[in-house]
Each structure stands twice: as C-alpha cells, then as structure tokens.
Design a protein around this ligand. Structure first.
Ligand code: NI
Ligand code: MN
Length: 226
C-alpha cells in the first residue's frame, strides 16, 4: 500500500485500489504549505472525530472529488447539512464493508466537538482490513484498555498512533499501546503542528527501537510503499 503524509494527522492511503484520505487538516497548517489540496485524490474521506485539526479541509475535498465521507453519525450529519450527500455514518463498535475492504469504527478516549461547537459524537479510530493487511488508524486518543480488545479482535499489521502528548497519548503510552494492539509497525502522528505537541524525534525513535518496534515519522509530502 502507498502512504502519503499531508501533515499533522492527515494521511492518504491507497488501500484495496482506492484512495482513502484521513483527517484532512492542510490549508490551516503552516507546516503543510507546500501541499495543494486540489491535487489530492480521494475516493473516501475518513474522519476520526470532529476537531478542527482533523476536519478543516474535508468539505472542500469532498465537494471537489465526490469522495464518500465516513465518520460517526453526528459528524456525517453535520457535513450532510453542508450539502455533502455521499456519506456513511457509523458509531463506536460498528463495522461495515466497502469496496476497499472492511472497516470498524473503534473507541478512542478523546473529545469531539465540531468547529462551530456542535456536538461531534464520540471520538473514534478506524480498523481497516483487506487481503493487503490490517491497519489501525487511532485518531486522537489516550492509551486505554479497549486497545487490548482491538488487538484481540484484529491482527494489526500497521498502526498510525498519536505520539505528541498533551492532547493525546505521548511516546511512552504509544509504545505500551503497541503491546495492547499486538502490533510491531507504527507510523507516528499528531506532532509538531502546535507548540504543545512539539516532540524530540530522536528520543521517540529510540524508545520505539528499544521496544523492538518498526517505527517511523514521515516528512510532510513524503510518500512510501509499505
Ligand atoms: Ni482532537
Ligand atoms: Mn487533534
């Protein structure tokens, strides 16, 4: 699968032959100035929760591409009111099948208001599976014991974990999370965008390495094949 990093918690993943875009927050992100949102392809836009730093460019990209928006019921309804008609609402624990594979919306321990203050439902993450493998996209979350259930239910090959601390779990808890979800391959996210979440990359890499985890932090605009 091809993975492209667009900054903060936003990634494009080619999965099952489809372009999946997660948590688009690009135009307000000074670190992602070189990314042109009009060039991003998307068949699906997946939103983990309603916070501005996860949904800022979702409306524009959904309207340009016609991508199907997948999120919780409250967030999907908020975007439907903005004229986005291709949607799929979920709630925590629910699974559904799509043409790229299966998807489960799983618990995150976080909050989820929308940019105008509307209720954004419960914050979540996604587990996506097909013959290429299984991905856990955690969104913003604290370390929590439900992650053990995710690891028991799914054989996770690759996890996208927040490691910035302050608003989400930090590196130490993310290393512990790998134990809970039984995953040895991690891409770190939710770092450096704001002063509160600036982290020492070298130190983070050492901690994951010492735990025997294949860990990377991608550069904004970088694309990799995994
Ligand atoms: Ni958040
Ligand atoms: Mn966030």
């Amino acid at each position: 699968m091809k993975i492209t990093f667009y900054g903060h918690g936003c990634f494009g993943i080619e999965f099952g032959g489809k372009n999946l875009l997660f948590d688009p927050f690009i135009t307000p992100n000074k670190l992602a100035e070189k990314i042109d949102i009009d060039k991003i392809q998307a068949d699906y836009i997946l939103l983990t929760h309603g916070h501005f730093d996860h949904v800022a460019d979702a409306e524009a990209i959904a309207k340009r591409t016609g991508a199907k928006l997948i999120s919780n019921y409250e967030i999907v309804s908020w975007f439907e009111a903005k004229g986005i008609t291709s949607v799929h609402p979920l709630n925590i624990g629910g699974s559904a099948n799509f043409d790229f594979g299966s998807l489960q919306y799983v618990n995150a321990v976080h909050s989820s208001s929308l940019p105008d203050g509307s209720y954004g439902g419960c914050a979540g993450g996604f587990v996506l599976s097909n013959a290429e493998g299984t991905i856990y996209f955690a969104g913003d979350t604290a370390l929590n014991l439900d992650m053990k259930l995710i690891g028991e239910r799914h054989q996770i090959d690759l996890a996208f974990l927040p490691i910035g601390d302050n608003y989400t779990m930090g590196v130490d808890d993310a290393v512990r999370c790998c134990d809970f979800i039984r995953c040895k391959k991690v891409i770190g996210m939710h770092i450096d965008t704001f002063p509160y979440i600036k982290i020492n990359h070298k130190e983070a890499k050492l901690k994951f390495r010492d735990a025997g985890i294949d860990f990377r932090i991608m550069d904004i605009g970088q694309a990799i094949e995994l």
